[in-house]
Design a protein around this ligand. Sequence first.
Ligand code: XXG
Ligand code: FE2
Length: 354
Amino acid sequence: MSAGPVPPDVIRSGYAELVVTDLAAARWFYVDVLGLVVTAEQPDALYLRGFEEYLHHSLVLRLGEVPALARLAYRVRGQPQVDAAARYFASLGVPVRRVPAGTTLGVGEAVRIVDPLGFPVEFFYDAEHTERFTQRYDLHPGNAITRLDHFNVMVPDVRAGHDYYRRLGFGVSETIEDDADNLYAAWLYRKQTVHDIALTGGAGPRLHHIAFATAERHQILHTCDMLGALSREHHIERGPGRHGVSNAFYLYLRDPDGHRIEIYTTDYYTGDPDNPTVRWSVDDNRRRSFWGHAVVPSWYTDGSVVLDLDGRPVPVSAPEARESERTGVVVGADGFAVATDGGTRRSVKLGNQL
Ligand code: XXG
Ligand code: FE2
């Protein structure tokens, strides 16, 4: 029996394209507050990058009617790997579309698919180079973002998502699970950090967040101080704090359209072939906040819709109801459960109770 086409050699998470409904408001958030570098600007789009990034962009903001994720893009190891992606995904029977160079400004010929989890994903290699601003300290704001770090997506079946990314050659750095082998969340990588993609259990396919890295913790605190000083503190959703999973320092923000952005710094090296997977119990109160802080319910429930290759919203499915052994309620995601109460649904927090 033939093994079929091999998966493309993915290097790392490369860029994301978000649909935003007010480009001026988005520019304020991403450029004036977060301090991302503008590579190019068009009447209906902004192309942004971090201070260490030399490719054209790691985030595209495109004007549209409804806030959504247009695409996650992975960089592959050379242009022939773009063809390898086309062959591999055609063999899986999912929608595959080749797009000519320049379809996204600054990006060469690429392949777009809807992956088996329902997400619009691009595989690209060729991309325009720009100046790397690592040591242009004269340009750095106090909260300078260095680079894109990872994507996080919401999926109703974390095990299926984990298995799909494992087949694509991703390593698994950390998980949240229970004694019954239920997987609540998983972190998977190609580059030598904790993750390029995280899977969060919940109604999906939806985008949970896009995460950008700063070099140091204090830069995250500076963003909080700026938002406070501008009376725009409502953009802070969760944190700042220290993750259990990944050990990174973090902050979650909501942009003017509600898209969630994480600022993340100083996780750890995962590049050895025998890098051990850290498995967190869903009962460990430190897994999401190492300091035991409660996670706000919106962090578990809210996500951005995703678009198919023709720009239509992809329908969302809810996770299969699971009886928690501990509580007897239906768990939607770890730490946040929806209990059915004689017909009335109420939200209860589980995982952060001491
Ligand atoms: O990047 C991450 C996260 O996926 O955003 C969430 C690392 C850790 C966590 S968690 O909330 O599980 O600590
Ligand atoms: Fe994250």
